[in-house]
Ligand binder design. Sequence first.
Ligand SMILES: N[C@@H](CCC[C@H](N)C(=O)O)C(=O)O
Length: 325
Amino acid sequence: MDVTLTKVHGSENDFFILDQTKLAHRLTEAELKQATQQVTDRENGLAGGADGVLYVDDSSHPQVSGKMRVINADGSEASMCGNGIRTVARYLSEQKQQTNFKIETMYADLNVKQAQDLAPQVKTFQAEISPVSFAAADLGMHVANLPELHHTKIPALSKTLNFTAVAVPNPHLISFVDHETLLGPELGRIAGYLNDGQNPYFPDGVNVSFVEVLGQNHIFVRTFERGVGFTNACGTGMSAASLVYVLEQGGDFEQLITVRNPGGMVKTLVHQTDNTYWMELIGNATFVGKATLSLTALLAGDFSQVKFKISGEQPAYQEFVNSLE
Ligand SMILES: N[C@@H](CCC[C@H](N)C(=O)O)C(=O)O
């Protein structure tokens, strides 16, 4: 059986899209994990590897155009992926000729739509990020029996930094820091510890983001992701950081927030409807290229015979990044 993998990125958070509806039969759970670990490997994977694989499938939900499952590079499954869903939105939009529709994810059917291009030839999509919860149970968090964590020190992690934890719905720990701390070693040290599978605070791991305020409704977010490590950007992390920025640091509801990240820039909107928060994430959905190979070669991690066909979209994205001040 042949399998086509499309390499994509959102703010250089890169993935392969594998459309299960195009296969003679669906991959088993074990195959999903194995294929992901093989293809994403940064040294021996396909086309430089990736941060994860986005598996597309049909949805059985009414009025929903497709389903996305997110498998991290280490084989663990995530409930959501903000950068990934924009690329899946573009993929489904082109397959089904729709510009405004819903995608099923683990916990919610999320609205997605095509948006105005961020820059010439930089295809851009907008995705709903929800549901939001601060509850320890939804975060898999065990910090001093606290039901929620808002702008609070965790002495075992840092004597100086304050943390807020929020599930969107994948778990995020957010800390606002100065420029030196943003770029320094603390993020790797703290996030590495929290994702070691042994710590008592987040035994299932957590995505950790450091955020610097650059100006009004303008922030920089650097993220160490659960199941991956440092990535160029994390869409749910930038959405969670935007929410915490609005709630704690003077950002504005219903105003576009510019979010810079090591891989580029996105825009977010933070909403409050009744007592519920939700966000929208607007950013590039770039297709880098694609390859077709046999399932046997994919599972064996044998990419020696694979021809990777470049799309030609990356130079426009690079120009966009170069244009950012
Ligand atoms: N890069 C993603 C998040 C992917 C999932 C994350 N690593 C997790 O395990 O929760 C994004 O753009 O949101």
